[in-house]
Design a protein around this ligand. Structure first.
Ligand SMILES: [Zn+2]
Length: 213
């Protein structure tokens, strides 16, 4: 059976790393990254992604430019007008990844998100994945491409808790200091941002203390 080439969205964090471990052939995937707007944060993200790719044997990397205004929430991104601003931006980012997937011969996009027992979040992720997949498969004449050309948006860890995601990521063997989650400019995890609070809780449930990044 022909291998479906996969593009995986990754920001250097635990969910992206966990999603990489679900791939049958991580060496054949394309790692796609949209850098954080803060240069210091983006530099740390990039270093972590590079280290993780080496650990898992991935070699193909694509860096995105800043969010293209043509598909922001005021452009075609208005398709996500029922979402709040964060969800609309998140959805536009996934759509950009889907466009990149087409450009790089991938027919599957891994969106590394999990609902962590939040029913509203689970429902929102499912609805937006279906919508983004539909948008990504529209051709210039408004028809869908043949099945062999269809692009799939996959959320492999949709039903997982944060603890399960952290567990998967840690089992990859990548050390914690090569995983990025803090969105502050600090050299070490600030322990105050929403991302630190979320992942430090998950790591502590696994009996792990977050180490300096
Ligand atoms: Zn932080």
């Amino acid at each position: 059976m022909e291998l479906i080439r996969t593009l995986i969205m990754h920001d250097g964090g635990l969910p992206g790393l966990a999603a990489m471990t679900t791939l049958d052939r991580p060496e054949a995937c394309v790692v796609w990254h949209m850098p954080h707007p803060d240069r210091a944060v983006a530099t740390r993200q990039q270093a972590c992604i590079t280290a993780q790719m080496q650990a898992l044997g991935c070699t193909s990397f694509v860096g995105a430019g800043p969010l293209n205004h043509s598909i922001t929430p005021s452009g075609p991104g208005k398709a996500f007008s029922a979402c709040d601003e964060d969800q609309a931006l998140e959805s536009c980012t996934v759509l950009m990844a889907a466009i990149a997937a087409r450009q790089h011969g991938c027919h599957r996009v891994l969106w590394p998100e999990n609902a962590d027992d939040d029913a509203d979040r689970l429902s929102s992720l499912c609805r937006r994945a279906v919508l983004i997949q539909h948008l990504a498969n529209l051709t210039s004449d408004g028809e869908e491409p043949p099945p062999s050309q269809m692009l799939e948006i996959d959320i492999p860890m949709l039903d997982c808790s944060d603890r399960q995601v952290a567990d998967l990521a840690i089992r990859s063997g990548v050390p914690l200091d090569q995983i990025h989650w803090c969105t502050s400019r600090a050299d070490a995890p600030c322990e105050r941002c929403a991302s630190c609070i979320r992942w430090h809780k998950a790591l502590s449930e696994l009996g792990l203390a977050a180490v300096q990044q």
